[in-house]
Design a protein. Structure first.
Length: 451
């Protein structure tokens, strides 16, 4: 473990220096978010929050960023979940799009000009008194080879590089999980983490680090036969300790999908029956990491992002909206029951369903192109999307969740149409999950009822 600076010295003498506790405001300066038992606290007060994911944030210019922060602030959302990684390969992206790291084989160059866009995001968060959950890497990086008119860099959440870029550039294994085990890759990732974490170590606008979005053994690159949930747990433990060694101020969690190493997730299997469960189990191969298999995480999380036509979203009989609500609330209840026994806060690190008005844009996390759901798939109307979100959010309040993250924010009236390729018709990117006005209404209601 690398130990540097004041933090490390203090750590050696006083092991409690990074321990959770409630801090209070000094001189009216905002403080860092802390946890106590199963709640978040900010400035000494409970801090239950609603967050929105806006992964494309640092791709916007100053005017569009101000516009976006202002709308998010107005909605009452307190935390924005966004990316603190943006890896490109061989050459910078076209149109002068921002990026953070350039990989040319094993040569990695940090792009200071790109990081200054992230600086602006952090400064605006401070200005608007919003907090940021910053994600340090991601699981998905599907190839765009052979895809006609691929979306520009930054349009899809899976176009920002992440684990597979490290694997493809720094190793010849061809296995996604080399990201978690190859010492050269681990060191390269820690170098990057150190660059980002030390840059913002003193910013009270950072709510938490999210180590990885959707960590799994496989991505579009396959898993090696030896990868297990323990592989991911061991890696998370190491990265967690590394970050704590350089940053005592901020919370750390990860963005895993099902919270447990479950052969089949609870959510999509309701009524799916044993065979669907078995298919799903084979598909995802016991690869989910349990955040609690790693001894130290400051909060637990799980995503509740449903794909049209998969599991619960294939219901055709009865009242499908109610069935999606019920399976989601059952999932939420199960997460809460277990988190309670561990005494840490829990959050939904992403929740989303694709509604009818966005289904033509639906691009799953492991795809770089639009996918048409199987015939007969249940696709909620926008109104039903709002009903589903309202019911799931009500259950997170009932069950004392620390926070929830809408996947994903819908920003309109962006100005840089034509010059910023991720902006289409003045709107932020839509991968099928962009919140409809009904979804936003459910989120705004949650904000009011949380307060
Ligand atoms: C953060 O604060 C510490 C202690 O005051 C200081 O030594 C360090 O240089 C600061 N880091 C940054 C990036 O401002
Ligand atoms: C985004 O919000 C605008 C304004 O409310 C709305 O007209 C639009 O339909 C929304 N986009 C999606 C994909 O629902």
């Amino acid at each position: 473990m690398l130990l540097t600076g004041v933090c490390a010295v203090a750590l050696a003498i006083l092991p409690l220096v990074c321990a959770s506790g409630i801090n209070t405001k000094k001189n009216n300066a905002p403080s860092f978010v802390m946890t106590k038992n199963n709640q978040f606290f900010s400035d000494g007060k409970p801090f239950p929050f609603t967050s929105a994911n806006a992964y494309w944030l640092h791709q916007l210019d100053d005017v569009d960023l101000e516009n976006t922060f202002s709308s998010i602030g107005t909605s009452g959302v307190k935390v924005i979940t966004t990316l603190a990684y943006d890896d490109v390969v061989d050459q910078p992206p076209p149109f002068g799009a921002p990026y953070f790291q350039l990989f040319q084989g094993d040569k990695i160059t940090v792009n200071e000009a790109g990081l200054q866009r992230l600086d602006t995001v952090v400064k605006l968060a401070e200005h608007y008194e919003l907090k940021l959950m910053l994600t340090l890497t991601g699981n998905w990086y599907p190839s765009t080879k052979g895809v006609p008119n691929p979306k520009p860099h930054g349009f899809l959440s899976n176009s920002y590089g992440g684990a597979d870029v490290y694997v493809q550039q720094l190793s010849t294994s061809g296995f996604h999980d080399s990201f978690y085990t190859d010492p050269t890759i681990i060191n390269a990732f820690k170098n990057y983490v150190k660059t980002i974490v030390t840059r913002y170590v003193n910013s009270t606008a950072i709510f938490s680090w999210q180590i990885m979005d959707d960590p799994q053994c496989a991505s579009t690159l396959p898993a090696s036969p030896s990868c297990s949930a323990q592989t991911l747990a061991t890696w998370h433990d190491d990265i967690y300790k590394f970050i704590k060694s350089i940053d005592c101020n901020h919370l750390i969690g990860t963005g895993d999908t099902w919270f447990y190493n479950e052969a089949a997730p609870v959510y999509p299997t309701k009524r799916g029956g044993a065979s669907l469960r078995a298919i799903l189990a084979r598909m995802i191969k016991t690869t989910r990491v349990s955040t609690r298999a790693t001894p130290a995480m400051d909060w637990g999380g799980s995503q509740l992002v449903a794909q049209p036509g998969v599991g619960g979203m294939s219901y055709r009989r009865g009242d499908p909206t109610q069935q999606v609500i019920d399976s989601g609330t059952a999932f939420i209840g199960q997460q809460a029951a277990n988190a309670a026994t561990w005494g840490i806060p829990i959050m939904l690190t992403g929740f989303g369903v694709v509604s009818q008005s966005s289904v033509a844009c639906f691009t799953p996390r492991d795809s770089s192109t639009v996918v048409v759901p199987p015939p007969g798939s249940y696709i909620p109307t926008d109104k039903e999307q709002g009903q589903i979100y309202a019911a799931w959010l009500a259950e997170t309040r009932n069950k004392g969740f620390g926070g929830t993250v809408l996947y994903q924010w819908n920003q309109t009236c962006l100005a840089k149409v034509g010059t910023n390729p991720i902006i289409i018709n003045e709107n932020s990117p839509n991968d099928g999950y962009t919140a409809s006005p009904d979804a936003l209404a459910a989120v705004e209601l949650n904000v009011q009822l949380q307060a």
